[in-house]
Design a protein around this ligand. Structure first.
Ligand code: ZN
Length: 435
């Protein structure tokens, strides 16, 4: 019998239906609504695609070419901005660092509209907002996610509230679209206070917190589909991680390909996660043999982080999924310190520059951390000639602006009343003539 919660989508994705499944009680739900948790048991949700799929993709140069495996019903709701389907470039100069293996870089940092892989998330989440008629959206991040979301909200003309830590403001260069009703609020406190305040702000003012974890994870499955199409012969997929959503989504994507009979599970690349040593909670937990992360495991972080983008509020939440991903995918997780990264960064940046590619290492060091992680693993005996390694260039690309965006408010979360803050922002918008 046909499941009443499945949705037969358009011609584009003929044969595939989508539903939301609770991983705990197995209840299913219509995927055409925003849900954070299972409404029956509060369990974690995941998307399930059902039907038959022959791997045919659309003739487009963005991540939406794999529309069939993305949880959106109507292609008319897509907000793309040319996101994804980034090219893969070979960097033979780097082979000498990785025991003769070949390094390929997947250029999300340069193809995507705001210069990071987070645009994948923004495009899919805001296409969903478009489809579900969601406006007045609230989100928070250390920088890249919120910048990407703001850019897409502005494109759609939605009102948005982005909370980011004040110490990350140096990343917020004027290379995104932002209307008068796309507010950026700097939070003058430590990062773990930002998320709870944003949620309080949304709740007190009747606004919509967006982007549940199961939706965000799904966005990174698109990287797996593209790798499978662009570089099927791939031994390792490497990503620098904060909380590991990228690799979790990458394995999910491959499991979909296996499920539809498009590849064998033995063809899935081994996943390598690299952490910055200052924010290496996942690495420490995995090597301590933990299956879940105790509260307080992250510990006190230095004020002046080598790469603040990699500070995540979610390691405790995401860790069980990352653990399962690493176990299932025969994965590896390693870490590197600032000195190991600094040693190789100018060479790496130079190798890109010779190809006319500018990498803004002043704004972000994530890909350099990933490359340093590969060197550490090769020193430990990993890799051999003939192996092919894909490193995801997560961010930031060549956006030359040095000008910072002026924030709409700077707040202290312990003392700022969320209703008063909303009124202030409303007045700001009012005084600009609501343009
Ligand atoms: Zn449930």
């Amino acid at each position: 019998m046909k499941n009443p919660n499945t949705f037969e989508s358009s011609e584009l994705s003929k044969g595939i239906s989508t539903l939301l499944l609770c991983k705990d009680c197995q209840n299913t739900f219509d995927f055409q609504k925003l849900m954070f948790k299972c409404s029956s048991c509060n369990g974690e949700l995941e998307y399930v695609f059902e039907g038959t799929y022959n791997g045919r993709h659309e003739d487009r140069n963005d991540l939406w070419k794999n529309f069939a495996l993305i949880p959106l019903a109507d292609p008319g709701n897509i907000v793309s901005l040319n996101v994804g389907n980034s090219e893969v470039i070979e960097l033979p100069e780097l082979s000498k660092f990785v025991n003769g293996a070949t390094v390929f870089l997947k250029m999300d940092s340069h193809k995507n509209p705001t210069g990071t892989f987070k645009d994948r998330e923004a495009s899919i989440i805001f296409s969903r907002c478009n489809e579900l008629d969601l406006d007045n959206v609230v989100f928070y991040s250390t920088g890249n996610t919120g910048r990407a979301y703001t850019h897409y909200a502005a494109e759609l003309g939605l009102t948005s509230y982005f909370f980011m830590p004040k110490y990350c403001q140096y990343k917020n260069t004027f290379t995104i679209k932002k209307n008068k009703n796309n507010f950026i609020i700097l939070v003058d406190d430590e990062y773990p206070k930002v998320g709870p305040y944003a949620k309080k702000f949304a709740q007190a003012n009747g606004l919509n917190i967006i982007a549940p974890l199961h939706e965000r994870t799904e966005c990174y499955a698109t990287i797996a589909y593209e790798q499978f199409q662009e570089m099927p012969d791939c031994d390792y997929f490497v990503q620098t991680i904060a909380s590991g959503m990228g690799p979790i989504g990458f394995l999910r994507g491959h499991k979909n390909l296996v499920k539809f009979g498009l590849e064998k599970s033995t063809d899935i690349p081994r996943i390598i996660c690299v952490q910055s040593r200052e924010t290496n909670a996942m690495y420490r937990a995995y090597h301590a043999g933990l299956t879940s992360m105790p509260e307080g495991w992250v510990g006190q972080l230095p004020e002046d982080l080598f790469e603040p983008t990699l500070n995540s509020t979610n390691p405790v939440n995401n860790y069980p999924d990352l653990f399962a991903t690493l176990q299932e995918g025969n994965g590896i997780i390693t870490d590197v310190g600032p000195e190991e990264v600094n040693e190789v960064s100018s060479y790496f940046v130079e190798v890109l520059k010779e190809r006319g590619i500018e990498y803004r290492s002043d704004l972000e060091k994530s890909v350099l951390i990933g490359f340093a992680g590969l060197i550490r693993l090769s020193n430990e005996g990993q890799f051999r000639p003939g192996e092919r390694i894909m490193l995801l260039s997560t961010g930031r690309g060549d956006a030359f602006s040095q000008t910072l965006i002026t924030p709409d408010a700077i707040i202290k979360p312990d003392s700022q009343d969320p209703v008063v803050l909303k009124q202030q922002l409303d007045r700001l918008w009012e005084s600009s003539g609501r343009q």
